[in-house]
Structures are given as C-alpha cells and as structure tokens.
Design a protein around this ligand. Sequence first.
Ligand code: NAD
Ligand code: TYD
Length: 341
Amino acid sequence: MSKTIIVTGGAGFIGSNFVFLMLERHKDYRIVCLDKLTYAGNLSTLEPVMDNPKFRFVKADICDRDAVYKLFEEEKPDIVVNFAAESHVDRSIEDPGIFLETNIMGTATLMDACRKYGIERYHQVSTDEVYGDLPLDRPDLFFTEETPIHTSSPYSSSKAAADLLVLAYHRTYGLPVTISRCSNNYGPYHFPEKLIPLMIANALAGKPLPVYGEGLNVRDWLYVEDHCKAIDLIIHNGRVGEVYNIGGHNEKTNIYIVKKILELLGKPESLITYVTDRKGHDLRYAIDPTKIHNELGWLPETMFDDGIVKTVQWYLDNKSWWENIISGEYQQYYEKMYGDR
Ligand code: NAD
Ligand code: TYD
C-alpha cells in the first residue's frame, strides 16, 4: 500500500542513505525530506533523487512550528522518521545550546504535529550514547534496551531528553511511537568531522591524523545501509512504544580504525598524532542487538572488513563531494577544534 513518509534530516549522512533505500525499496511510497540544511546538510547529496516524482525536498527547521504544521497539512504523512539533529559530540562540548533546541524542542514540535494531524507511526532515530559508556575491562557487558540512561555529553543528554519525551508522548497522548538506538555508523556521505571520514580526508591530504588520548576508546561500528534497513523494519513491523537497539558486534579501538585506513590508503603511520583527549570521553560502546534480531529478524549484512574497504573506495571515488565540504566554514571549525590541541 502506498504511504507518505516525512524524513527529517534527509540531507545528512544517515538520513540521505535512508531516503535512497526507501525510494529503491518502496517504489509506491512518497518520500518527503524536511531539512534545515545546516553545515551538516548537503543538497548535493540528494541530487540523484531530486527529479524522482516520488521525492520532495523542503528546506525547513524542525523547530519552526508553522513550517512543520504547513508541511503536515500539505502531505498528510503516514509515517515520520526523525533523523534531524545536531550530531557531533565535539561541537556539543563547545556550544550545547543548539543541541538542546534542535534535538529536544525540534522533536517535541514534530510530535505535536503528529498529534494534531494524526499519524500511523512516529519514529525517533536515537543513539546508543544515551546509555553512557561501558568499562574497557568488561568485554562481557553490552547495552540492552533495559540499560539505564546515563549520559556523558551535551549531545547524548539532548538525545536522551528527546527519547524520554517520545516515550512520554506515547504514554500520555497515545502517540504511536518507536525509538531505535544505534551504534556508530560509517559509509558514504559521512560528514568529514567524524572519525572515519576525517581520517580518510587527512590521510589523503598528507595531514596529521588527530587521535584523541591514546586511541584506546572502543566504538561498535555499523555500516549505514544496515542501520537504514533496520529502521525500515521497525517502522513497518516494530511494536509501538518499544525501543530497539541496533548494532552488529563490531567493536574496534579508534587506533585500530586509524591504522586500517592508513593501510588501505598506503599511507605511513607516522601521520598519526596523539592529541589532547575529548572532555568526558566515553570509553566503550557495545550494543546487544538480541531484541531486534529475535523480534524482527534483523542482522547486519556488511562486515567491517568489507564495509571499510567500500567506504574508503567511496571517498576516493567521490572526492568532489567532500572536498567542497572541507573548504570554507569547515576550515574555521578545524582550526578551532584542532589548532592548539
Ligand atoms: P548529520 O549531522 O550528518 O545530519 C543531520 C541532518 O539534520 C543534516 O542534514 C542537517 O541539515 C539536519 N538538521 C539539523 N538541524 C536541523 C533542524 N533544526 N531542522 C531540520 N533539519 C536539521 O547526522 P547523522 O550522522 O546522519 O545522524 C542522523 C541521526 O542519527 C541523528 O539523530 C543522530 O543523533 C543519530 N545517530 C547517528 C549516529 C552516527 O554514527 N552518525 C549513530 C546513532 C544515531
Ligand atoms: P566520532 O566520529 O566523533 O563519534 P562519537 O564521538 O559519536 O563516537 O568519534 C569516534 C571516536 O573517535 C571517539 O572515541 C572520538 C574519536 N576521535 C578521535 O580520536 N579523533 C578525532 O579527530 C575525532 C573526530 C574522533
């Protein structure tokens, strides 16, 4: 059956991959992307689907109630998937305010529109960072959906606040919601302020690779397409009011990732530069995906060794995409974050 889905933040990394997957998989669906086009949103990313009659792009802020309500009136969406967020931990440490506005108030505004106009499903794209971190010396511990919320950064706190609001709108107003909490994604269109694309871009430019602390922090990496497939399953078959963790047991230290990228690019390890650690740096993230596997049959399809090769190749094949991004404002950001670190 045909459906209309509003995808917020669809000009960003994961949202754009989700837009592509949905248009590919559900030919009769209408996909409407609502995006403010912040520094992290790129219209050029959506170029391949701009002429698709089943796709519409609307530039708007999820905090702008009038614009959001107008879009709901026009499109009468069946499903809303909220990717729109300020997403970078380091930026949240520098300036938390915009994280609270977009990630919390924006989520509330979208859900108010869902209440006003009626909706089949509101899906909140959240993060495993709401669980805080795990110790490095307890590899037996994983985040389950029952792990208490225990955040470290302004970013993760704002995402946790949004999750609590989503669950409150379900309990109080009966809004049909689901939440997914995913581990670190990687793949095409990843903004080059995040670990993997930053290291690829710097290595190709022969610039130092800034590793925080000793590089021993652990992240649980998931290929972005696997995340998008999990969300597709949840919005169609997930139980209302439920939280689903998404991750594929792909834990790596940061230094392993950085060395792997250098190896794939044939660049020397002498480019690695250890810099001052991130404030409040979470030690280890690791997802237990048993619930989504048992209930919805989801399993990751791309193993890290394949995914990282595909990702590095994508950055080699799409230099103009990221070279445009790292000119201009990005240079000021880079100087501010890494200049005297
Ligand atoms: P991103 O920073 O690449 O993209 C965010 C997008 O949201 C951009 O297109 C931006 O323009 C848009 N946006 C920002 N503020 C907006 C606003 N006020 N109104 C409308 N649009 C706005 O982020 P991403 O990495 O693609 O992450 C997407 C979602 O997934 C986020 O909610 C993030 O918390 C979550 N998440 C990300 C990861 C990861 O590894 N990247 C892991 C787990 C969860
Ligand atoms: P990041 O990609 O910012 O994702 P998150 O903080 O949401 O996990 O960082 C991934 C890991 O890489 C994290 O432990 C911080 C580290 N890191 C560096 O060592 N150097 C860098 O320049 C960046 C951006 C991150």
